[in-house]
Design a protein around this ligand. Structure first.
Ligand SMILES: C[S@@+](CC[C@H](N)C(=O)[O-])C[C@H]1O[C@@H](n2cnc3c(N)ncnc32)[C@H](O)[C@@H]1O
Length: 283
């Protein structure tokens, strides 16, 4: 019997998933992504991995795991892509973009006026709505045309990155945005079902696949980093390492934006808490 609090018998489902299978999945997820899969994630894991078992015409989770472990070059990225949770939206946690517009961008512009350079990182960018929202905010702010501005947008999941690069979204994804934002930054398709992010926002962004647990090829320094709703899936020791590395990557006085249910208390003391999940590097 599974030890989960729900009385679900995973042995009687379409594909059997034993306790041992679940532990193997959780172990591989932790090893390759840093994502912690606790007992309460069993249903979610079942649904997501069952998709791969079905797709590969296998008959059990155990056979799937054997296949994954003996063919990582073939299956690992699909495994990672189903394990990650990619929920995101344009201008999610809107106060962060207001703060960029009202405070951060004018400060960065003043500070970097000699180099005329701005460097931004959206870490765990999912399908792109976050870096595009940053780009729209930059464009609205009015960075001078001769400035060298780059937004690095990274994620581990290759499927969401492909969507992000395509810059095409369903019209429902822009529901609730201000009419002026829609008009300025989105091109409607002829059938009116999809929209494409306009070049004046897209031009700043470079999408790259990057596992946050691995070596980072870039040197920084970044003026600000968004890493929102990513570390919530990691354990505390991983969070400590990650926030310390973000501090190393930020310019002195650089900003870090994290997710609404995340904080740095007892995790990293190199930032000053400005409130509203906005932090500033102090050392
Ligand atoms: C919930 S989404 C957050 C998207 C966006 N930052 C936001 O707040 O709307 C979390 C993203 O983190 C990514 N992720 C998870 N583990 C990762 C890792 N080890 N390295 C890089 N990205 C990772 C997932 O693929 C997913 O797209």
């Amino acid at each position: 019997m599974p030890s989960s609090k729900a009385a679900v018998n995973y042995r009687e489902k379409e594909f059997p998933m034993t306790d041992k299978d679940f532990k193997r999945i959780a172990g591989l997820a932790g090893q390759y992504t840093g994502i912690v899969l606790g007992e309460h994630k069993r249903d979610m894991v079942y649904g997501r991995i069952a998709r791969r078992v079905r797709k590969l015409n296998l008959d059990s989770f155990c056979n799937y795991l054997d296949f994954l472990e003996s063919n990582p070059q073939q299956e690992l990225s699909s495994f990672i892509n189903v394990i990650t949770t990619n929920l995101t939206s344009f201008f999610r946690e809107n106060h962060h973009f207001d703060y960029l517009q009202e405070k951060v961008l004018s400060e960065v512009k003043r500070k970097n006026s000699a180099q005329k350079r701005i460097r931004i990182w959206s870490a765990g960018c999912s399908s792109g709505q976050e870096p595009y929202s940053i780009a729209m905010t930059l464009n609205k702010f009015g960075v001078p045309a001769d400035w060298d501005v780059k937004i690095l947008a990274t994620d581990l999941d290759s499927d969401v990155l492909a969507k992000a690069r395509a810059a095409v979204y369903s019209t429902s994804d822009i529901d609730g945005l201000e009419e002026s934002t829609i008009k300025n930054y989105f091109q409607r398709s002829s059938g009116n079902k999809e929209v494409r992010v306009k070049e004046k926002a897209a031009k700043y962004i470079h999408f790259k696949r990057l596992n946050l647990l691995e070596k980072w090829p870039m040197k920084g320094p970044f003026d600000f980093i968004f890493c929102r709703n990513v570390v919530i899936y990691f354990d505390k020791p991983t969070q400590k390492i990650l926030f310390n590395r973000y501090a190393d990557m930020l310019a002195v006085g650089g900003y870090l934006f994290i997710g609404h249910s995340e904080n740095l208390n007892g995790i990293c003391d190199r930032f000053e808490n400005l409130g509203n999940t906005i932090y500033r590097k102090i050392r």
